[in-house]
Design a protein around this ligand. Structure first.
Ligand code: 4NP
Length: 151
């Protein structure tokens, strides 16, 4: 089973949104989420993201708390997916050289951070579209056994 980590700055808004939206679409992969920073370490999913889960009927784990990505995580996961350009830049800095090819962009455009925009619905739309695209990409890659770009 392929192992996937969605990663954002705080791991309380966007990457947990991607984690649980993706889990609502498929059970074929191990899916988790992480932060690049330790700023929100141990804190629960943001109320705005929890509100999105409730209003869109996305099941989620109320005990999920923010966790910074670790050296072990870079080894463990097969896909390490950054939600925006700055998350990707941080991941490339943090990631051991031999794991760098695991780092991928969630979408061609950065997912807006509702921590700053306050617009959780806009983020949800982008997260849902991005998760659907990632799901077809992953299914393609497991069928073909090799990298195939479908974003
Ligand atoms: P996230 O949003 O990266 O989507 O979880 C943020 C959460 C917390 C902070 C910034 C962004 N913060 O500055 O603590």
């Amino acid at each position: 089973m392929k192992k996937i980590a969605f990663v954002c700055l705080g791991n309380i808004c966007r990457s947990p949104m991607a984690e649980f939206v993706m889990k609502s679409l498929t059970d074929k992969y191990e899916i988790q989420s992480r932060a690049t920073s330790s700023w929100e370490h141990g804190n629960p999913i943001h109320k705005g993201t929890q509100g999105i889960f409730r209003s869109h009927g996305v099941p989620y784990d109320t005990s999920k708390t923010s966790q910074q990505i670790s050296k072990n995580d870079f080894e463990y996961f097969d896909y390490i997916i950054g939600m925006d350009e700055s998350n990707l830049a941080d991941l490339y800095q943090m990631c051991p050289q031999d794991q760098q090819d695991k780092i991928q962009a969630f979408a061609s455009e950065s997912v807006p951070d509702p921590w700053y925009t306050g617009d959780f619905e806009e983020t949800y739309d982008r997260v849902l579209t991005g998760c659907q695209a990632w799901l077809s990409r992953l299914e393609n890659e497991s069928e073909n056994g090799k990298y195939k770009e479908t974003l």
